[in-house]
Design a protein. Structure first.
Length: 357
């Protein structure tokens, strides 16, 4: 389970992201010349340690999904460094990335759209084996049945097509496909967003069981803050292409430090009516600025209830303000600067001091 993870001192992160930028060009005019860029991900850094789950939250359009896809190099990134299991993949060509694909996989948001409607369940799960192994047909079939058992699918369904399955079953197919090559790292891009509430818990519990059994490491992207609290070890909060806060799960939910995190968590409904009445909602004014033209200084300065003059002029540094807690906000400028933007790099310090990730 996520709340039992302890990172031994000296453990190297499985995933290291430094200064990641993903800018999409804007072209205009008769000759379609580049006139600007949408800064979907702008200087993002974080670590993910073996067997942990980093939850990534934020409102729609903040860059969560783009970050997940960029980390797996589904895009050619604009700038930055991505190291997975010690291998730098940020600058590799798509051809050179092929041999590294088995160690990193993705579970997509829409289980209907990501499955080929003309392929059977066995064909979908076995496709990675066709691409990356030279196994015999018998070996592949044995592996397909093994994966179906692991995600709770009946072996008798192997020759059925995606339209014959429910949404939850389709997501299990997607998870089985992601597991086919024994990856170490999986990006879960809102894997429960398209599912009924009754099915969401089943899929999340399955992901947790597989993590414990297979030693998986997750980047779990979601809008559902209550589900992230259930599954995540640490949580990264994104706003307008930047990570504004990274902290151990319980610490972040108990005492959010960044004003945006405070507003985000205040919007989470409480199932207890008595507690719900006591919650003070933080209503942010205005709209999210365009990622094509972010504000000067702090990205959040146009909506922040605690804005100061410096916020409109100077971009805040990401500082470690407590063991394992990183925040980019001028309200916490007394934090300890770190050697380059390396949020999460000192997580082992918080573990040694008994913090619960």
């Amino acid at each position: 389970m996520a709340d039992t993870l302890r990172v031994p001192p000296g453990t190297e992160p499985l995933v290291q992201v430094r200064g990641l930028k993903m800018h999409f060009p804007i072209s205009s005019g008769l000759l379609r010349r580049k006139t600007g860029a949408v800064k979907a991900v702008d200087d993002v850094s974080f670590d993910i340690f073996p067997r942990e789950t980093l939850g990534m939250v934020g409102e729609s359009g903040c860059g969560k999904s783009t970050t997940g896809r960029a980390v797996l190099r589904l895009y050619d990134i604009t700038a930055g460094s991505i190291r997975i299991d010690g291998t730098e993949i940020g600058g590799l060509s798509q051809g050179a990335l092929r041999k590294h694909r088995p160690k990193m996989q993705m579970v997509f948001q829409d289980p209907q759209a990501c499955l080929n409607p003309r392929m059977t369940l066995a064909g979908i799960i076995g496709e990675p084996l066709d691409e990356h192994t030279n196994w015999s047909r018998r070996q592949k079939l044995d592996r397909i049945y093994e994966l179906m058992d692991a995600v709770g699918l009946n072996r008798n369904f192997a020759n059925r097509y995606p339209h014959e399955f429910s949404g939850g079953q389709r997501q299990r197919i997607g998870i089985a496909r992601a597991l086919a090559l024994n990856p170490a790292f999986i990006v879960c891009d809102e894997p429960i967003a398209a599912l009924d509430v009754s099915i969401q818990a089943q899929v999340v519990n399955l992901l947790e069981e597989l993590q414990e059994k297979l030693g998986l490491t997750y980047l779990f992207i979601s809008h559902d803050l209550s589900m992230v609290r259930h599954i995540a070890t640490r949580v990264a909060v994104m706003y307008l292409g930047k990570v504004v806060e990274i902290a151990p799960r319980e610490a972040l939910y108990a005492e959010p430090l960044h004003p945006y995190t405070q507003a985000l968590l205040s919007a989470v409904p409480d199932p207890d009516p008595a507690s719900e009445r006591k919650v003070e909602r933080i209503i942010l004014k205005g709209d999210v600025p365009s990622p094509a033209n972010p504000p000067k200084g702090c990205n959040f300065c146009t909506r922040c209830p605690a804005v100061m003059p410096v916020c409109r002029e100077v971009e805040p540094q990401t500082l470690e303000v407590a063991p394992g807690r990183f925040v980019a906000c001028h309200l916490h400028d007394k934090g300890k600067p770190i050697g380059g933007p390396t949020p999460g790099a000192n997580q082992t310090t918080s573990n040694q001091q008994g913090a619960t990730p």
